[in-house]
Design a protein around this ligand. Structure first.
Ligand SMILES: NC(=O)c1ccc[n+]([C@@H]2O[C@H](COP(=O)([O-])OP(=O)(O)OC[C@H]3O[C@@H](n4cnc5c(N)ncnc54)[C@H](O)[C@@H]3O)[C@@H](O)[C@H]2O)c1
Length: 388
């Protein structure tokens, strides 16, 4: 590889994220926040017509505004290096992740893919192997890891401030699927409740995967075994909309994970509590700038984003002084910041600074797929239930 010594804006393409889509627009705003990369190509929707209309909305050049992702890839491979994209962002429903990710990695492109990574463990293993073989950057947008106070929590655990971790409780509660809106034309609900598109799980795959990743990121604990109770509380729904799990971690810590999309009135209530021998941390996504530190033998502290006494990782993830709210898009931008740093280092022929290239990898995505698979397997087995 020839070293690229003159920094420039990176170029990216997007697959999915067309008109009326949810998360693609968030990805684009997050990428735009730091001005490090620009959208130059896309295959933005499942229908060619809507894909092109969506690309026109975003002012894509006609010859880079494609009706399907295969044409996008073919076209990129024909382009000279100074025009070609540096990475592709995949923001389609889950069933499309694997073929697109696999094809772009095999063609040597860096990839950012939303969660859950793919449908099966075999697909996840194949992707991990392809990324290792091709040496590409591969990020999975577990965007909650980008919050400064999540990074501070990770640092406090790593530095031993909590002592030995003994108990973790993570909850991801939403209420938007409390009624059968998938039958009333809600597109996001429709594919999420269809096993062919969503995968083997509903709520556990959609938001439980975020909860699993948050626990793994902050604590570094590895799940040893789990016991899951999954239900479809809205009658007729094919996939779970409510899940409660007990977790046993290697080393003895215990955990509880809740993922539910039928908690009426709740919005995006992701919350984490980690207790060690020396104290507890509490973080909530809906108040992301605060991290509660409750030491066993001292006064309680509310740590706030943007404060000078935070660790390096949290400081770097913050753009504004304390008291000026930052949120979801900034956290997402921090994941992309890590990806950009890694790609830039590779273009310059250097090893990336790990503090900068801080983003969830393909292996994290693969562990998420395993989590979903084991959760569904546990829920199917009634072995742990004692009749009343
Ligand atoms: N990280 C997060 O916080 C977060 C939040 C929401 C969704 N997601 C994930 O993002 C993905 C998309 O979710 P969403 O809610 O934005 O869905 P959505 O239904 O709003 O949007 C999906 C988009 O993909 C397009 N699409 C479908 N098939 C395609 C294909 N073959 N080629 C090109 N485009 C195609 C659709 O036309 C649509 O534009 C899912 O994997 C979901 O799990 C992540």
């Amino acid at each position: 590889m020839t070293a690229d010594t003159s920094p420039r804006k990176l170029r990216y393409a997007m697959v999915g994220g067309g008109r009326d889509a949810f998360i693609g627009a968030v990805h684009r705003k997050a990428i735009a926040l730091d001005g490090q990369a620009e959208l130059v190509a896309g295959a933005l929707s499942s229908s060619a017509e809507k894909a092109r209309a969506s690309g026109r909305d975003l002012l894509l050049a006609d010859d880079r505004n494609h009706g399907d992702w295969q044409s996008l890839l073919d076209d990129e491979l024909k382009r000279p290096a100074h025009e070609r994209i540096d990475f592709v962002s995949i923001v389609t429903p889950n069933h499309v992740h694997f073929p697109v990710a696999q094809a772009f990695v095999e063609a040597g492109f860096h990839v950012v893919c939303d969660k859950p990574l793919v449908h099966t463990r075999e697909q996840a293993d194949a992707l991990v192997a392809a990324v290792a073989r091709k040496g590409t950057v591969f990020a999975v947008t577990y965007n909650y890891t980008g919050y400064p106070m999540v990074r501070e929590a990770r640092e406090l655990v790593r530095s031993g401030r909590l002592g030995e971790i003994r108990k973790v409780v993570v909850e991801y509660n939403q209420g938007w699927l409390s009624t059968e809106i998938e039958s009333e034309g809600n597109k996001q609900a429709a594919w999420r409740s269809d096993p062919a598109m969503s995968g083997a799980a509903g709520a556990v795959g959609d938001i439980g995967s975020h909860a699993e990743n948050l626990v793994a990121t902050v604590t570094g604990l590895e799940i040893e075994s789990l016991c899951a109770d999954l239900s479809s509380l809205v009658p007729g729904r094919a996939l779970d909309d409510d899940g409660s799990l007990l977790l046993r971690f290697q080393g003895g810590a215990r955990g509880v994970l809740i993922a539910s999309q039928v908690n009426t009135g709740l919005e995006n209530d992701l919350r984490l509590r980690v207790s060690g021998t020396l104290g507890t941390l509490v973080w909530r996504q809906e108040q992301p700038s605060e991290l509660l530190h409750l030491p066993h033998d001292g006064p309680r502290r509310i740590l706030t984003r943007g404060s000078p006494w935070l660790g390096e990782s949290a400081k770097r993830a913050s753009r504004l002084p304390s008291g000026h709210p930052e949120g979801f898009i900034e956290a997402f931008a921090n994941v992309y910041g890590g990806v950009v740093a890694d790609i830039r280092a590779r273009l310059a022929g250097l090893a990336a600074d790990p503090l900068e290239a801080d983003y969830p990898r393909v292996e994290d995505g693969a562990r998420g797929v395993r989590f979903i698979e084991r959760t569904v397997a546990s829920a199917k087995s009634e072995a742990k239930w004692t009749a009343w």
